[in-house]
Design a protein around this ligand. Structure first.
Ligand SMILES: Nc1ncnc2c1ncn2[C@@H]1O[C@H](COP(=O)(O)OP(=O)(O)OP(=O)(O)O)[C@@H](O)[C@H]1O
Length: 253
């Protein structure tokens, strides 16, 4: 459970991106944060990741005050953040190596952390075994994104935050990765929060959709999308109606 309680956050004094903003995401829910460029989507993700702190108000995760990044939260940033000089396998192993270095101290790794977590099954699950010895510059955008996902899931996160994860992918690659992320959400019981500015993507991936508008954001506008996993959903009138509704709600914000 993620509780955002009355937060105010500004990069520049007097120009808040969020002002007395309250929002709650339940455990195992799949959320999309949708809004136009510059509305504060990435900022909210950074706040949820504990990378920046609000000037007022608090964020709690499972009842614990969020004061720094927590090891159980996985964050996949735009452009994947892979090390260009490390192979796919080394990139996927990276988080584990860092965790093993610090040990199960409850800060860098959860106290019940198992240092034997496996890299190879994730390389296989994400279709990366054949490129495991390649460097990021030698693989496709979809494979780079899969590597970033594998690197995060190896650490067994309970919350997965993704910033525009499908933005630079071609349509078939995007479709298959969207399906993969939803499968992993179901399999792993993750709380999933995906940032996008694409209305159609929000309607396909969001069990719940948080709409942000031009700052300051003061109210959490939430739209429920309970049928989003239905196999026929993409071709249904409900999907088209939701896209229309999202478009007009965004224009009104
Ligand atoms: N580190 C920073 N310092 C100052 N201003 C920032 C910083 N990061 C973002 N901003 C500003 O804060 C506002 C919100 O930015 P943010 O990146 O959260 O928006 P966004 O909705 O994710 O946009 P996009 O879809 O273009 O990525 C923008 O006006 C941006 O210019």
């Amino acid at each position: 459970m993620i509780e955002v309680e009355g937060i105010t956050f500004a990069y520049t004094p007097g120009k808040p991106i969020f002002e007395d903003f309250t929002w709650t995401a339940g455990r195992n829910e799949a959320w999309v944060i949708l809004g136009p460029s510059g509305c504060g989507k990435s900022t909210l993700l950074s706040l949820l990741a504990g990378l920046v702190r609000p000037q007022r108000g608090v964020i709690r995760v499972d009842g614990q005050l969020l004061t720094r990044p927590r090891p159980q939260t996985g964050l996949i940033i735009q452009d994947y953040g892979l090390l260009p000089w490390a192979t796919v396998r080394e990139n996927v192993r990276l988080g584990l190596r860092i965790r093993n270095f610090y040990g199960a101290d409850g800060i860098h790794a959860p106290r019940d952390y198992q240092p034997t977590l496996e890299v190879e099954p994730w390389l296989e699950r994400l279709g990366l075994l054949s490129v495991a010895e390649h460097f990021p510059g030698q693989i496709s955008g979809g494979q780079r994104q899969r590597t970033a996902i594998a690197r995060t899931l190896v650490l067994n996160p309970d919350i997965l935050l993704m910033d525009e994860p499908f933005a630079s992918l071609d349509a078939p690659t995007r479709d298959s990765l969207q399906r993969l992320v939803l499968d992993l959400w179901v399999e792993r019981g993750l709380t999933l929060i995906i940032v996008t500015h694409v209305i159609e993507e929000a309607a396909l991936l969001g069990q719940k959709i948080l709409l942000l508008g031009h700052p300051p954001n003061q109210t959490a506008h939430v739209i429920e999308n309970p049928d989003f996993l239905h196999p026929e959903y993409r071709d249904s009138p409900a999907y088209r109606d939701l896209c229309r509704e999202l478009r007009s709600r965004l224009e009104a914000l």
